[in-house]
Design a protein around this ligand. Structure first.
Ligand code: GLN
Length: 483
């Protein structure tokens, strides 16, 4: 049961081949069996079984959709009513959310069963899941490698078949990069397509939640439930949500693909480049036309992001002060001691580094030199995309410069870690949607192809990804020992 698609499971549930309770029990057993990959922070068996029972009752009454009774899990950045929401941090290790994120509400209303909360980099800051207070997650494809980050728990759990699908968030690549490293499909929607209400803020102008699953079809089913206007999020966009599943079947003959030459520079591992090239060739066989494009400002994405994201995080994380909620130090002497020690003890090293960088960049005297300049670069990058997306339908390239690297390999060198997002960050700065789809393996480790589209082109991206998945089986592979 555990390795079936959402549609197959929905058919099985409807035909009474198995119940949601049985399916949920099977997944809970696997979570226990594969505990050592550390993909879950919280597993809530009673909660999950109760939701499964409710789903079975709905199915018996004929009131169901494709997601009714499907066991999934949420990245621990999404607030879940009555269930610990840690954001991967000691700061929120004791935090029980008093409300649900809109995404959680919507997926619950669709009938999904929440198995638990997934491990992640602390406050979503990282590219390897190693900054988590709860320890690193192991990549099911290679247990001494990272799963990618920050949605590393989500990607590993889906790849290991511990959850049928999962939510993730992407501020600079955190859905796509772990999807790529774990051989699953992930979609970062257009900024504003999915509500950020109840999603703990890292960098508010960049954060976006999205689906992570085995296939584009499963992502389409999930996004259908997740997307849409939310008056609780002032940046949520009031546009109709298309029928993503209906869009999957469209013919992609004549599709115009742009390939930025900047994506194939020195930093890209040869074996990754080969696989990406092959995937683009496969699209040509499906009738696509490929054109090289020039995006000269892409190289500025990392420095601009590492000013803007820390600047926003320094403001967002100021609410964690030991007073209102979260970690409080023992025996504070006075108010300053309470603030200083609660934050000093509650946050990990990478989060502190970002708060320091952000506060510095925003301070009087440096604001113009760093923050304002980074915002100008952000505009230049958006304009590069706008120009190119007038000429082509989508842009394709790698998701990450290498396959999953070893646990511990980059933790001593933050710059090297930041560089692992070199192909994903620009897309967040522009606010565009993008996907990672499995495209092959290099020395046994998965490689993802990135597909970037115009604003609100999720339907098109899913369609293009699905057409590729109809003719390839990379997305159907399972890591050894987890079949
Ligand atoms: N790795 C990037 C960072 O550390 C992106 C993280 C994310 O998308 N949440 O900020």
């Amino acid at each position: 049961m555990h390795n079936k698609s959402i549609k197959e499971l929905a058919a099985g549930l409807r035909a009474k081949e198995f119940s949601s309770v049985e399916l949920t029990q099977a997944m809970l057993a696997r979570i226990l069996q594969f505990q050592s990959i550390n993909s879950f922070i919280t597993v809530n068996e009673d909660f999950a079984l109760q939701q499964a029972k409710n789903a079975d009752a709905r199915i018996a009454q004929g009131d169901f959709g494709l997601l009714t009774g499907i066991p999934m899990a949420h990245k621990d950045i999404f607030c879940t009513l009555g269930v610990k929401t840690s954001c991967g941090s000691r700061m929120l290790d004791n935090f029980i959310a008093p409300y649900n994120a809109t995404v959680v509400d919507k997926l619950t209303a669709a009938g999904t069963v929440m198995l638990g909360k997934l491990n992640m980099d602390e406050f979503a800051m990282g590219s390897s899941n190693e900054t988590s207070f709860y320890g690193p997650v192991k990549n099911p494809w290679s247990l001494d490698a990272v799963p990618g980050g920050s949605s590393g728990g989500s990607a590993a759990a889906v790849a290991a078949h511990l959850a049928v699908c999962a939510t993730g968030t992407d501020t600079g690549g955190s859905i796509r990069q772990p999807a790529s490293h774990c051989g699953i499909t992930g979609l970062k929607p257009t900024y504003g397509r999915v509500s950020r209400y109840g999603m703990i803020a890292y960098a508010s102008s960049l954060d976006q939640g999205g689906p992570m699953a085995r296939s584009a079809e499963d992502c389409a089913i999930m996004l259908q439930a997740m997307a849409g206007f939310d008056d609780k999020d002032s940046t949520s966009v009031d546009l109709p949500v298309p029928d993503y599943q209906a869009g999957l079947a469209k013919d992609i003959n004549g599709l115009k693909i742009g390939v930025p030459k900047q994506f194939f520079g020195d930093g890209l591992a040869h074996e990754v480049a080969k696989i990406i090239q092959q995937a683009i060739n496969d699209y040509q066989k499906l009738g696509a036309v490929v054109k090289e494009v020039d995006m000269p400002n892409l190289k500025l994405a990392i420095p601009a992001y590492y000013i803007i994201a820390p600047a926003e995080c320094s403001a967002n994380l100021s609410r964690f002060d030991g007073v209102r909620f979260g970690y409080r130090c023992a025996d504070p002497q006075d108010l300053t001691d309470l603030f200083t020690r609660s934050r000093g003890e509650g946050f990990g090293k990478e989060v502190k580094r970002r708060i320091l960088m952000g506060t510095y960049a925003l301070s009087a005297g440096y604001y113009d030199a760093y923050y304002l300049k980074a915002q100008k670069i952000r505009r230049l990058i958006s304009e590069d995309f706008k120009r190119v997306l007038k000429e082509v339908d989508v842009i394709m390239g790698p998701v990450a410069p290498t396959t999953a690297f070893g646990i511990g390999e980059k933790m001593g060198n933050p710059i090297e870690m930041y560089l692992s997002d070199i192909y994903t960050i620009a897309i967040n700065l522009a606010g565009l949607p993008a996907m990672s789809i499995p495209a092959g393996f290099a020395a046994g480790k998965p490689v993802g192809l990135q597909i970037i589209g115009d604003y609100f082109a999720e339907e098109k991206l899913l369609n293009i990804a699905h057409q590729y998945q109809l003719t390839t089986d990379w997305h159907r592979q399972s890591p050894k020992g987890f079949e």
